[in-house]
Design a protein around this ligand. Structure first.
Ligand code: 0GY
Length: 295
């Protein structure tokens, strides 16, 4: 399948990070795309990416100094999780997955995904990627996966938080927010918009955040993404036991630039300035949520 004309391919030779992650470090947000010839992209997709398969993902993991990965189903594969599950099975216990499911998923399919290492479902509310459903749709899906001990990953734009507040604050499982809830980083970190996100985390002890994707949120750009750091750091310091970090490789829909993954890793010490914070962010927290079956 031909990629979109304006699609930016992942960095072919990222720099070696100066920061060395601790043993057991987890890249808790990354994807696999295809290859489309083996795992076709979904007919309802909003973009056609450049193939980015499991071998390239595992090579990057090793190069950057990570031991494990959490592979999140991307919208270009719809609710066909086979590329992600294939990667989990090939990873020999070193990867866990987050699936996209629809109400027609069978219990046998859920059990098979659980066996492969899926530990959560992703609900996407970003309107350029999907057509979001009414709250009841998501509640029914949570009822299906809660007995398996799975959690929910939610991806939304900052403006959606107020609109979906009732849903997001009433889910009976751990809830992991992608990319800090996508704040507008030109607004103050102690302003009303990010204040609502901080309140969301403070009032709901089951809510986690990925302090990921400075490249998506930044106006100042690479290599330091300095304008995003205060937002990520505020969350890491307030909730050190409920944060995760990920590369977001292969960086779908990046239009401004393609990040050097080594530079992204070098942001970590700036958002988690103490060794103890970094160990929680990269090792302890993802281990608890994805490998030890508890939050
Ligand atoms: C991300 C971000 C994006 C895409 C997807 O599933 C997806 O297609 O999540 C985006 O376009 O912002 O986390 O990969």
């Amino acid at each position: 399948m031909t990629p979109d004309l304006d699609w930016l391919t992942y960095h072919p030779n990222p720099s070696k990070p100066v920061y060395i992650p601790p043993p057991g470090a987890v890249d808790a947000h990354c994807h696999v795309f295809g290859p489309g010839g083996v795992f076709p992209y979904a007919p309802e997709r909003r973009y056609t990416p450049v193939d980015a398969g499991k071998d390239a993902l595992f090579a990057l993991r090793d190069f950057l100094g990570f031991e494990r990965s959490v592979i999140v189903q991307a919208t270009c594969h719809g609710a066909d999780n086979s590329a992600m599950v294939d990667a989990l099975r090939a990873a020999g216990g070193r990867a866990r997955g987050v699936a996209t499911i629809r109400p027609d998923v069978s219990d046998a399919e859920l059990a098979d995904m659980d066996d492969a290492g899926v530990r959560g479902v992703r609900f996407n509310f970003v309107k350029r990627l999907v057509d979001p459903e009414p709250d009841a749709y998501y509640r029914e899906l949570v009822d299906r996966v809660a007995p398996l001990g799975w959690h929910v990953v939610i991806y939304f734009e900052a403006a959606d938080l107020a609109e979906r507040w009732d849903l997001f604050t009433s889910l009976p499982v751990p809830v992991v927010v992608d990319h800090l809830g996508r704040p507008d980083v030109t607004k103050p970190v102690d302003g009303a918009e990010f204040g609502l996100f901080l309140r969301f985390m403070a009032e709901n002890p089951n809510v986690w955040s990925k302090v990921s994707c400075p490249e998506r949120l930044s106006r100042q750009g690479p290599p330091h993404y300095a304008d995003v750091r205060p937002f990520a750091r505020a969350v890491v310091e307030r909730h050190p036991d409920r944060v995760l970090w990920g590369t977001d490789w292969p960086h779908p829909n990046m239009k401004s630039h393609m990040p050097d993954d080594g530079h992204l890793v070098d942001v970590i010490p700036h958002i988690a300035p103490a060794e103890e914070l970094r160990r929680a962010l990269l090792v302890g927290n993802p281990a608890r949520l994805y490998w030890e079956g508890q939050s």
